[in-house]
Design a binder for this molecule. Sequence first.
Ligand code: NDP
Length: 434
Amino acid sequence: LRRNPGEPEFHQAVREVFSSLEVIQGRHPEYTDQGIITRLCEPERQIIFRVPWVDDEGTVQVNRGFRVEYNSALGPYKGGLRFHPSVNVGIVKFLGFEQIFKNSLTGLPIGGGKGGSDFDPHGRSDGEVMRFCQSFMTELHRHIGEYTDVPAGDIGVGAREIGYLFGQFKRLTNKYEAGTLTGKGLDWGGSLVRKEATGYGAAIFADEMLKARGESFDGRRVAISGSGNVAIYAAEKTAQLGGIAVTASDSSGYVVDEDGLDLDLLKQIKEVERGRISEYVDRRGGRSRFVENGSVWDVPVDIALPSATQNELDADAARTLVKNGVKAVSEGANMPCTPDAVDVFREAGTAYGPGKAANAGGVATSALEMQQNASRDTWSFGYTEDRLTDIMVGIHRTCLETAEEYGRPGDYVVGANVAGFRKVADAMIAFGVI
Ligand code: NDP
C-alpha cells in the first residue's frame, strides 16, 4: 500500500487474487520461498509518456500515455489499450495484474500487460482521433512487437483506433508485423470472431455455469450493462442461446426493452453512428423505455452480464439482483462487481463467474489472431468460433476442478485465481529470480 499510494483499483485487484491463495497455503511452500507474491506485486516495466497532438481548432492538447508490461512468464505481454478520461497508472496496473491470470487461464502462450491514455474519444472527429493515435504510437512503437508486447483494444479503442495505431506502427518501423497488434480489420490481418469474442465468451461462460446446475438460458431474461463491444456481442450470444437480453446502458442511463433488444438497431446506433443509448428508445418504440442515470440492475432478470466498467455493480445492486432471483452473474467487463457485491452473490449461492475467467474469450481470440498472423493464414468464422467455445468450456472446467481440488467446490473465484496463479508461479520459479 505504501509503495503504491492512490491506486485503489490496483489494491482491490491484488487483494482479490491473494485472498484466494489462502487455500494453497501449506501446500506450496516454494511460492513463498521464491518470493512469487512479492514479485507479482511489481510490474516488470511501466512506461508513462507524453502524448501531444493538435485538435481541429489548432490548439495543442497533451494527454498521458501508459503501458504497463506486467508479467512475461508465459509469453509476450498481452492486453488492451483503454482510452477514457478516468485512466491513470493505478487503473492500468489493476487491469495488467488481472490480465496475467486471465491469460494464463486461456492455456495460450501470452503474458500480461495493459495500457492506455486519459484521452476521451467521445465527441472527437476522426481526424483528431487519428492524430492522437499517431502521437501515442510514436512513443509506444519502441516498446512493442510480436515477441515482446502485443496490445489490443479495450474501452474507447475499437477497429478505428487499432487501424490508426497499426498504420503509424507500420510507417515508423517499415515492417508489416501484423502480430504486433490484435483486433485488426479483417482485410489487414484481423481475425474473424475477434470482435464478437469477449461478449460471446462471457455468455458461453454463463451458459456453462447454468448447465453445471441443470439450468439453461432458455427463455431467461438477461440484464446487460454497457453498449460497447462486449455488451453488444454478449447480447447476440444470449439470443443464440435462447435467452432474452432486455437491457443495455451507457454512462447516461439504461434502456429496458421488454421484447428483447433489437441488435441491428443497437449496432447501427453504437457501432455505426457512435450515438447515445437513449436514441434506441426514440427509434424502437414499443415496450422499450429509457431510464436516465438509473441502475440497470434494478430490472428483474434471471442472468446478469455486467459489461461496462469496473465497480459498476455494488452490494445494493447485488442484493436487488438476488431478491429478483438472479441465477448467474458472468462478468464481461473487468472487475465490474465490487468485493461486497461478490460476497452477496457468494452468500446467496448465485453462480458468479469473475471476469478473469468469464471475459477471457477476447484475449484468447487475440492469441488466435496472432497464430493466424504467424502462419500467414486466415481461419473461417465457424472454425474460430469453435476454438473460442472450446477455450471457454475448458476455462470453466479448469475453474470448477481447481476449486474442488482446493476444498472450495463451486467457487469460481478461487478456481480462477488459483489455476491462473499456479501456471505463472511455476514458470517464474523455472526462470529463477529475475
Ligand atoms: P467500449 O468502449 O466498446 O464500451 C464501453 C461501454 O461501457 C460503453 O457503453 C460505455 O458508455 C460504458 N462505460 C464505460 N465506462 C463507463 C463508466 N465509467 N460508467 C458507465 N458506463 C461506462 O468498451 P468494451 O466493450 O471493449 O469494454 C467493456 C469492458 O469489458 C471493460 O471493462 C473492458 O476492460 C472489458 N473487456 C473488454 C475486452 C474487449 O475485447 N473489448 C476484453 C476483456 C474485457 P459511454 O460510451 O457512455 O462511456
